[in-house]
Design a protein around this ligand. Structure first.
Ligand code: PEP
Length: 251
């Protein structure tokens, strides 16, 4: 059997209550038409996570939070804890998204603490990695991804890695309409798999799904997912409309 194929949607800071409910209803109406082998995960804003998790309970749609702090509770104004994410009904946690890294200044060390907290509190992490445009132009994509993997996965055990999901999201492709070609994505994903083989083993490396993210749309998703090492997508803009997200999920 091959690796899990996951279609995931990061709503970012979009939708309010009514819009969130409408989007979820649209997805629930069509998700049965997605191939049974595929998984769907959506990451709504934390404030709607409980509502969305309740709506999707028992369906093929799983939920996750876009971010969390790594402590269980305490004086951390404005943050949500791993326990709260779980309590809201989510299974997954997005960690190290490029906007967290580059808008909010999250470091690899902080991201690693969040990854370890995910396992400690029973959440499934989706670790995002990816290089900036200037790093891409300088031919440093692989160096950047390797560093983010090595530092983000520090002290994560081989056993824990069995439930890890990686998302490669070149920053120059996020929200820009500049999708990476399937060849570029495949080259980096294959390289990331080699890094995982060096860090863990060929067996672990072959299990971990590596998703591509960055301007994925219904009309470019199939070409990307057809690549051997591209195991699905993390979608931003195109996941905010049920028809467009389902178009990707069924591509
Ligand atoms: C993202 O935010 O993870 C993303 C990939 O965004 P977009 O699909 O809009 O490029």
């Amino acid at each position: 059997m091959g690796r899990r194929v996951i279609i995931s949607g990061n709503w970012k800071m979009n939708k309010e209550s009514a819009g969130a409910a409408e989007l979820v209803k649209g997805l629930l109406a069509d998700v049965k038409n997605m191939s049974a082998e595929r998984e769907m995960i959506i990451f709504p804003p934390a404030i709607y996570l409980k509502e969305v998790s309740e709506m999707t309970k028992g369906s093929k749609i799983k939920t996750g939070a876009q971010n969390m702090y790594f402590k269980a509770e305490g004086a951390f104004t404005g943050e949500n804890s791993p326990k709260m994410v779980k309590d809201a009904g989510a299974q997954y946690i997005l960690i190290g998204h490029s906007e967290r890294r580059h808008v909010f200044g999250e470091t690899d060390a902080l991201i690693n603490q969040k990854v370890k907290a995910a396992y400690e509190f029973g959440l499934l992490p989706m670790l995002c990695i990816g290089e900036l445009l200037e790093e891409f132009k300088a031919g440093k994509s692989k160096d950047v991804c390797k560093k983010q993997l090595v530092e983000g996965l520090k002290d994560v055990s081989a056993d824990q890695m069995k439930s890890m999901v990686i998302a490669y999201e070149p920053v120059w492709a996020i929200g820009t309409g500049e999708v990476a070609t399937p060849e570029i994505a495949e080259d980096i994903h294959k390289f990331c798999r080699e890094v995982l083989t060096d860090l863990y083993s060929a067996e672990i490396s072959s299990i971990v799904p590596i998703l591509y993210g960055g301007s994925v749309k219904a009309d470019n998703a199939a070409g990307l997912i057809a690549k051997e090492n591209v195991d699905g997508a993390l979608v931003g803009g195109a996941c905010l409309d049920a028809a467009s997200f389902m178009g990707i999920a069924k591509a």
